[in-house]
Design a protein around this ligand. Structure first.
Ligand code: PHE
Length: 363
């Protein structure tokens, strides 16, 4: 369209320039893709001023129609091109903002997932297990609901021993309604094992010497106060072989305490009594808090009791068919809760079973 045509067009169709300028403004000012679409509809849509104008060409004098029609179409094309151009720009801008806003730093650490961990009692049992497995011991298991025979009788515990009484033992089926006639039936009583020692008898029934086993598990006693819970955990060790002496027991326990508590701990052995060991001992470990000088936690003795032990009583071999002239052995038993308390300085037994995660998380 040359200048003359343009002049002519301005005269014949004065509204067209206004249509162009308004349309152009709204297209160029559209701030985003949605606003641009809105501008496109108002400027170029079926109800727009431009479309009305183009439709009304037929009402113009015939000689004006070609020029006005041509001018209208040029303006429509131009506005359409503006829309396309603006759309490309707006889309590019939108893309770069979203890239910037939604940027993900793949090098950031992930969200921590609380996985939890083993209870301190289980951890302590695994630790003790590792030490003895390292010495060549095998892990043995036995039932928690046990026969009187294994818990008491075969461990050389006389029928009248106080540990058998209803005060100390949870009976499942008590055969001793009356004393002393029913004492004969005592073996068939069923109880919650009061210690892990019945596993000794079960192991010896099952295999010939040499025996090197460790048994860990729950035991039950009718006790409940600040230092006793009705259920707790024990570790039992049993060795039967030729020529085993108390020196082997002491050496084994010394090795264990060094591994479990750390290198500078001393042990001390005191005489004691258990029905199924002879001689029987109790083992103490030196108190770490005071270095053996004596403090509140060791009751000013410098020593902490950690286990009962002894040489297997020859009478016990009689129950399992071992020849006490050929073999000898030792057994020891300790409380897992007590070991964990001593190792980590835990003041109250009940903390293990309150299941307060603030306590448990520390280990
Ligand atoms: N079973 C004994 C107790 O529970 C501990 C022990 C085990 C003692 C093995 C000697 C030998 O007290």
């Amino acid at each position: 369209m040359d200048d003359a045509d343009l002049q002519m067009l301005k005269q014949r169709a004065p509204g067209l320039a206004a249509i162009y300028h308004t349309g152009r403004e709204s297209i160029l000012h559209a701030a985003d893709v949605a606003a641009l679409e809105q501008a496109r509809v108002t400027t170029l849509g079926r109800k727009s001023a431009l479309t009305e104008f183009l439709r009304s060409i037929s009402t113009l004098p015939a000689e004006d129609r070609p020029l006005v029609g041509k001018g209208g179409n040029i303006i429509r094309k131009e506005l359409e091109a503006l829309v396309d151009e603006r759309e490309v720009r707006l889309k590019a801008a939108a893309l770069s903002t979203s890239l910037a806003e939604e940027r993900i730093d793949v090098t950031l650490p992930g969200q921590p997932f609380p996985a939890g961990h083993e209870h301190l009692i289980s951890q302590t049992m695994r630790e003790v297990e590792d030490i003895f497995v390292g010495l060549g011991y095998r892990i043995a298991e036995g039932p928690e609901v046990e026969l009187d025979y294994y818990n008491f009788t075969a461990l050389n515990t006389p029928p009248t021993h106080p540990a058998r009484s209803a005060h100390d033992t949870f009976w499942v089926v008590e055969q001793r309604e009356t004393m002393p006639e029913a004492v004969v039936d005592a073996d068939r009583g069923v109880l919650l094992r009061t210690h892990t020692s019945p596993v000794q008898v079960r192991v010896m029934e099952q295999q010939e010497p040499p025996v090197y086993v460790l048994c860990l598990g729950k035991v039950y006693r009718r006790d409940s106060d600040a230092t006793h819970t009705p259920m707790f955990h024990q570790v039992e060790g049993l060795v039967v072989d030729e020529g085993i002496t108390l020196a082997d027991l002491k050496g084994t326990v010394a090795h264990f305490t060094r591994e479990f508590f750390g290198g500078d701990r001393e042990i001390r052995v005191r005489p004691h009594f258990f029905p199924f060991t002879e001689p029987s001992i109790e083992v103490d470990v030196s108190c770490e808090l005071c270095g053996g000088k004596g403090c509140r936690s060791c009751k000013h003795s410098g020593w902490l009791e950690i286990m009962g032990a002894g040489m297997v009583d020859p009478n016990v071999y009689g129950f399992v068919g071992y020849d006490p002239e050929k073999v000898s052995g030792f057994a020891f038993g300790m409380g897992v809760e007590r070991m964990a308390m001593l190792k980590h300085g835990i003041p109250d037994l009940r903390l293990f079973y309150d299941n307060d995660v603030r306590f448990l998380r520390q280990f």
